[in-house]
Design a protein around this ligand. Structure first.
Ligand code: 5GP
Length: 184
């Protein structure tokens, strides 16, 4: 059996990565979504299983145990992808920001990096505000998006503009199909 394909979905906050990944998982049952750890507080209305919500102490202990495939500090909070078990079998999807995506690419150059871009700054801002984050967080994320988009576009195997969800998912499924056929 071939090694699982690692699919990294990255992109700035408000690009709609989460919605795209949910739609992707619904349509491709051979994909397994990695659940990240974070020290960020759970948002109101956010599902309990959106992350493994932990304290900074717990997070640092896991770093010490070399338990992360990648981790980073993003706007004051720690986020990390636990090392996947050896028995997963399925292809793995990581929905992470760009610094983490770069770490995965360094360790696994064969990983398939998808960079998702919002259709416009206005739409991105609207999506960020909808989540109920404080306004200064929305502004921080919009500012960060500028550099993330430059770097991400250069680094990615495919850039997807998330204007129409159906089209974006179809594009992504087709690209994953090609990546699978190339892995040998
Ligand atoms: P949020 O606080 O909006 O849930 O996530 C902030 C950013 O962190 C998003 O871009 C999200 O994709 C990213 N993120 C979520 N989990 C991880 C992770 O395990 N590692 C890294 N590097 N980024 C993550």
């Amino acid at each position: 059996m071939s090694e699982p394909l690692i699919i990294v979905v990255s992109g700035p906050g408000g690009a709609g990565k989460g919605t795209l990944v949910d739609a992707l998982l619904e349509r491709d049952s051979a994909l397994w979504l990695s659940r990240s750890w974070t020290t960020r507080a759970q948002r109101e209305g956010e599902p309990d299983d959106a992350y493994v919500f932990v304290s900074r102490d717990q997070f640092h202990r896991r770093i010490g145990d070399k338990g992360f495939l990648e981790w980073t500090e993003f706007l004051g909070n720690l986020y990390g992808s636990p090392l996947p078990g050896a028995d997963i079998g399925n292809d793995i999807v990581l929905e992470i920001e760009l610094h983490g995506a770069k770490q995965v690419k360094e360790q696994h150059p064969e990983a398939f990096l998808v960079f998702v871009r919002p259709p416009s700054r206005e739409e991105q801002q609207r999506r960020l505000q909808e989540r109920g984050d404080p306004y200064h967080h929305v502004l921080q994320r919009l500012k960060k998006a500028e550099s993330e988009e430059r770097e991400g576009t250069a680094l990615a195997d495919i850039v997807i503009i998330n204007d129409d969800l159906e089209r974006a998912v179809a594009e992504l499924l087709a690209a994953i199909g090609v990546a699978r056929s190339l892995r040998g």
